[in-house]
Design a protein around this ligand. Structure first.
Ligand code: F6P
Length: 546
């Protein structure tokens, strides 16, 4: 169906003609119930979207659009295992990764939940052995460092969560994450490690990803150079859907943790891809995280649209992007431990909805996925917030903030006071963005008339504030699920397949062709465009190649 032809779409287009006149000061002044009506709990998250440039009529219009798009039915279709990833003919069942033991989700005639729990049990057994010091390296030493080698969803989820849950890590073990094919990534990770106490987790859904395999091979060379070929069995495990390639690499299939083609890379943190995280935080912590995901899944599956928080937040982004033409969205966690969260959400959102072709193959006629970016506060306040406050473009922001500091177990005189400073800054930023400071307000205290316009803040810069008690495994699961389902909602409205990623293919293909051209001993015959040919020549000459 073409949603652009519906009354709901047209009504929102009409509302959008008034977008520049929406004024948050007025909206709050005219509606004392605004905060109550636009604040909801979702699990342990409290989400306040009252500082968005929306009226109740716009929100109702967005809900009507979601109803036209059949959002509720598509949520149900995803969760029951319909093959909604049509271009790859796959189900999309990351929600089954956190389904409770004993429940049933059918895919291709089989219940997948039992398999999910078998893998979780296997991961728990391995992580328990590593954590207890029962998994010994080939020389009989305990493992001290786990090096996860993977990229994209096989890196961003584990590293983001490992960083986020620093307070829950095993005290003796550390994880490092190698993703970039830039050799300095691997070198930096290995430079001070002892091969005898290092365990590699090679994480790759396909086990064909060039960067991951290059890093895995070099890691194997590093290990076997020190400990001999037989060391691989004790120092390498794999996480993949591709048992053949894992075996071809030389990893014992007994040391492989599987998952399934119905888990997209950017939705795989709950699968065996989370193995390094589970080793770090333990199986109970990992299961707490899954329970957090599940709480938000249940909300998303059952709450009516008017109270469905992920759906409403997703719809507000549709409002900005498609109807108001805003281009990007800032993710601003006021938690240093969430410093990889914006990068994680970049893949989740941009690889899912950075698309211009509808499920049926026809081009979209409207704007889709926004640019996602961000940094933890307060650092961003001293760099890019200037543009958020006074730049010529409006960028909606998500603030994430916690009642309890992440460093709660660390004793340091005076550290308690930092959290109040941190939170005060977070709240001040959303307040300043929303309500600004008028020229009259500035003039009341600014003696230099030349500075009045410079010191004026336009306000009407929208934001969501997500507040939660503490950054725990469960909470992290809730937070990630909240975003997964927003992305899903947007994909449904935009008519996209949010679960493929054809846009990464061309670059991979061209890189494969360029590699031999860079490395050939003789000057290769180049048939690229003139710019690419010249760049290849320049690089070859820098490397002393003819
Ligand atoms: O190139 C994109 C991508 O396929 C992502 O979707 C995925 O998360 C990443 O590469 C890594 O893929 P794999 O886990 O198969 O190595």
């Amino acid at each position: 169906m073409d949603l652009t032809q519906t009354d709901a779409w047209r009504a929102l287009e009409t509302h959008a003609t008034e977008f520049d006149r929406l004024d948050l000061r007025e909206l709050f002044a005219n509606d004392p119930a605004r905060v109550d009506q636009m604040t909801r709990a979702c699990g342990d998250l409290t989400i306040d979207w009252s500082k968005h440039l929306v009226t109740p009529a716009i929100v109702n219009g967005l809900i009507a659009l979601a109803e036209e798009a059949g959002l509720a039915g598509t949520i149900a279709a995803m969760m029951r295992g319909d093959r909604i990833n049509t271009t790859e003919d796959r189900a999309v069942l990351h929600t089954a990764l956190r389904a409770p033991r004993g429940t049933t989700v059918m895919e291709a005639g089989e219940d997948v939940v039992a398999g999910v729990h078998d893998v979780l049990d296997g991961m728990a057994a391995l992580s328990g052995r590593v954590r207890n010091g029962d998994w010994l390296g080939v020389t009989g030493l305990e493992i001290e460092t786990v090096v996860n080698i993977g990229i994209g969803g096989s890196d961003l989820g584990p590293v983001m969560a490992y960083e986020a849950l620093a307070a829950f890590r095993h005290p003796r073990l550390r994880c490092r994450f190698v993703s970039n094919v830039d050799g300095s990534d691997l070198v930096a990770a290995l430079h001070d490690l002892d091969p005898a106490t290092t365990l590699f987790v090679i994480a790759s859904k396909t086990f064909t990803t060039q960067e991951t395999l290059a890093n895995a091979r070099s890691a194997r060379t590093w290990l076997t150079g020190a400990l001999g070929h037989d060391a691989v069995a004790k120092h390498f495990v794999a996480v993949s859907t591709n048992a053949d390639e894992v075996a071809a690499f030389g990893i014992d299939p007994d040391n492989m943790f599987g998952f399934w083609d119905w888990v997209g890379g950017r939705y795989s943190i709950d699968s065996a891809i989370g193995l390094s995280l589970m080793i770090a935080i333990g199986a109970p912590g990992f299961r707490d995280m899954l329970a957090g995901f599940r709480a938000v899944d249940e909300h998303f599956a059952s709450a009516p649209l008017a109270e469905n928080v992920p759906a409403l937040l997703g719809l507000i982004e549709v409002w900005y992007r498609t109807f108001c033409g805003l281009q990007s969205r800032a993710i601003l966690p006021y938690s240093r431990y969430l410093h990889r969260f914006p990068a994680y959400l970049q893949q989740l959102d941009m690889e899912s909805n950075g698309k211009r072709t509808r499920v049926g193959g026809e081009p979209v006629t409207y704007e889709t996925g926004p640019v996602i970016w961000g940094e933890p506060g307060t650092n961003g306040q001293h760099s890019f917030h200037q543009l958020l406050h006074q730049g010529t473009t409006v960028i909606p922001a998500d603030f994430v903030v916690f009642g309890t500091p992440d460093h709660r177990d660390v004793e340091l005189d005076g550290i308690e006071a930092h959290h109040d400073l941190l939170v005060a800054n977070c709240l001040a930023q959303s307040e300043a963005l929303a309500f600004g400071k008028t020229a009259e307000e500035v003039a009341a205290t600014e003696p230099n008339p030349l500075l009045v316009s410079h010191r004026t803040f336009p306000g009407n810069r929208p934001s969501t504030t997500i507040m939660a008690p503490a950054l725990t495994p469960s909470l992290l699961g809730q937070l990630v699920a909240l975003y997964e389902h927003q992305v899903f909602t947007q994909g449904v409205i935009w008519g996209l397949n949010s679960f493929d990623q054809w846009g990464v293919e061309l670059g991979k293909h061209l890189a494969a062709a360029i590699i031999p051209e860079l490395t050939a001993n003789e000057a290769p015959a180049l048939a690229h465009d003139p710019s690419t040919n010249a760049l290849i020549d320049r690089y070859r000459s820098m490397r002393g190649r003819p």
